[in-house]
Design a protein. Structure first.
Length: 98
């Protein structure tokens, strides 16, 4: 009887540990924005070297990417924005032109 109870406890501990690890790994994968960050950096580079026509819009790996120029306080501001509606995440980079 003791062996059965010990076995059940060990199985429960391994099940809980595997569920916790699975949750951690899935959250890490969901929150990984390295690819879109690199793409936004590439778009910034292209814009700085006048290779990107504004306004700009595209879809990149489930991200809706827009680049817009507007005036704020007599300065020209360029906004790089990526929105992923599946995971409800928005990344915005604001660049002020000289």
């Amino acid at each position: 009887m003791e062996t059965l109870v010990a076995t059940v406890l060990i199985v429960l501990i391994f099940m809980l540990a595997s569920m916790i690890l699975n949750n951690l790994f899935s959250n890490t994968i969901k929150n990984n924005t390295q690819a879109i960050d690199n793409h936004l950096n590439e778009l910034q580079y292209l814009q700085q070297h006048e290779q990107l026509l504004l306004p700009y819009a595209e879809t990149y790996e489930n991200w809706d990417v827009t680049v817009e120029r507007y005036k704020e306080d007599d300065q020209s501001v360029i906004e790089f924005e990526a929105i992923n509606s599946k995971i409800n995440k928005t990344i915005t980079i604001i660049s002020i032109e000289d």
